[in-house]
Design a protein around this ligand. Structure first.
Ligand SMILES: *Cc1c(COP(=O)(O)O)cnc(C)c1O
Length: 487
């Protein structure tokens, strides 16, 4: 590791702790309800943490999507929003920020990340196409398949190991890439997709060295590269920490280097900049024109793309703030702290710590639950029950059912505990770790889940499940025995 995290401070006691380099100026009341009420809530929500209301949630660690804290400068920028259907000054400020931060001149605004995926997929993917990528994201895969494409995840052998000290588990395996191109023919590969801080495998970054190798293969075959930049700030931060060549580079230089290696960069502003919205950026007029006319059709006119002008202003400021090391390292600092503490307690958690959140391995946590009974979903429900903290299932529930009626078992069964930027404090983080530890000591009480209502597309969002036995009641009973009427 090259660099220490500016938000992780050495204490006289010898400890190193993440310290909040910001102060809290607007607060929101949280709800830590008694466990009986939490049991009712998770039953009402069909054992799916997506279906809980935040009035029943204490720490909302479902996602970092649209939940990062806004800065004072972002909030105040909203007052200068220019309400105009066409030609709004707010859009031109956003365009300027993207030009500065990503080094791309041409910008198409969209209402969120998946809308960018819809447009890119419609513009470039045809039936029979193969799309190589380090790993899929749920909405990415759905849009690509809707347009007749097939995705290929060509990650390295290290990517899916839970315990690892590999700094760049998000890298692409170059040999697999070369083989795939030989197999499909370059004419059937519309682009290679790279996802920064690879979301579904634990927020793991790739290196610029790897990007350059991919670029070389792409150039040899005349294939373009598309970067999913939703979590690019954190990936850039890890490059600064872990890739020697960039130890002294600024985040801005790293971002520009990353984006400079790709023809198209798209992002969800819900992640990168704590507002709604997103965008597609390129320096190629030709590529821009292939996508442009889909924006008014699906999103809105070219100078707002389905976003409010207030959000556009805050996005522009948020993008610039992403280049501030004390901002971009805050969430990775807290995640690293949580991962280290969990690891010390023997809780199986993905290492090294990545972006977005701490990822607990449900297959090791709950080895007695078969994958067909959704260990990651069961763990998410159980943790909510014993703590009021809601994480997200990233395992077989987030996968799909095959035509033969069986689940496509996911590569990993993860409970993701997101750390949105500058939202939680250290004592809240300690509470989470403590309750997870209690659950780990009582893990044999947790049982499986089964679907009772299963949507055909993206079933994890709205699907309803039930416990396979009365294990939730038994867990509640044990909790009360150990904690009395404490929350
Ligand atoms: C969240 C996310 C998306 C989708 O963005 P939305 O704004 O939620 O539609 C796409 N790619 C990655 C890597 C993401 O994390």
């Amino acid at each position: 590791m090259n660099q220490s995290n500016p938000t992780t401070i050495k204490f006289f006691s010898g400890e190193e702790l993440p310290v909040e380099l910001h102060k809290v100026r607007i607060v929101q009341k949280l709800h830590l309800k008694p466990i009986d009420q939490r049991l009712e809530a998770i039953k009402r929500g069909g054992y799916n943490t997506f279906l809980l209301n935040t009035t029943d949630v204490f720490l909302d660690m479902l996602t970092d999507s649209g939940t990062n804290a806004m800065s004072d400068n972002q909030l105040s920028s909203m007052h200068q929003a220019d309400d105009a259907y066409a030609g709004s000054q707010s859009f031109y400020r956003m365009e300027k920020a993207l030009n500065e931060v990503f080094g791309k001149e041409l910008v198409l605004p969209v209402h969120q990340g998946r809308a960018a995926e819809n447009i890119i997929s419609q513009a470039f993917i045809r039936p029979g196409h193969a799309i190589p990528m380090n790993y899929h994201f749920t909405t990415t895969k759905a849009h690509m398949e809707l347009n007749g494409g097939k995705i290929y995840e060509i990650y390295t052998d290290e990517a899916l190991k839970i315990k690892s000290n590999h700094p760049f588990k998000g890298n692409i395996d170059i040999k697999k890439l070369v083989d795939l191109i030989a197999q499909y023919g370059k004419e059937n590969i519309p682009f290679i997709r790279l996802e920064a801080s690879t979301n579904l495998i634990g927020g793991q970054p790739f290196s610029i060295a790897n990007m350059r190798e991919v670029r070389k293969v792409a150039d040899e075959n005349g294939i373009m590269m598309v970067l999913d930049a939703s979590l690019i700030g954190e990936n850039a931060w890890f490059i600064k920490q872990r890739e020697a060549e960039f130890a002294n580079a600024s985040i801005k230089d790293i971002l520009r280097t990353m984006c400079g290696l790709c023809e198209i960069v798209y992002f969800s502003s819900r992640k990168v900049s704590s507002t709604r919205g997103g965008g597609i950026c390129t320096n190629s007029k030709e590529l821009f024109m292939q996508m442009r006319d889909l924006v008014p059709l699906y999103e809105g006119f070219l100078t707002y793309g389905g976003m409010s002008v207030r959000e556009i202003e805050a996005m522009a400021v948020g993008l610039i703030e992403t280049t501030d090391e004390t901002v971009i390292s805050q969430s990775p600092g807290f995640i690293e702290y949580a991962v280290k503490e969990m690891d010390k307690l023997g809780i199986p958690v993905i290492t090294p710590a990545g972006a977005l959140g701490a990822h607990v391995d449900a297959m090791q946590f709950l080895p007695h639950i078969p994958q067909a009974e959704y260990p990651a979903g069961a763990l998410a429900a159980a943790l909510y029950l014993v703590s009021g903290c809601r994480g997200m299932e990233r395992g077989t529930i987030s996968s799909v059912r095959l035509e033969n009626g069986e689940d496509l078992l996911s590569d990993m069964e993860l409970l993701r505990l997101a750390f949105p930027r500058r939202v939680f404090t250290l004592s809240q983080t300690k509470f989470l770790i403590d309750r997870l530890n209690w659950l780990y000591h009582n893990r044999e009480l947790v049982g499986g889940l089964k679907f009772v209502e299963e949507p055909k597309v993206l079933r994890f969002f709205m699907g309803r499940l039930d416990a396979t036995s009365n294990w939730p009641e038994k867990l509640v009973e044990k909790f009360k025995k150990d904690f009395g009427d404490s929350l």
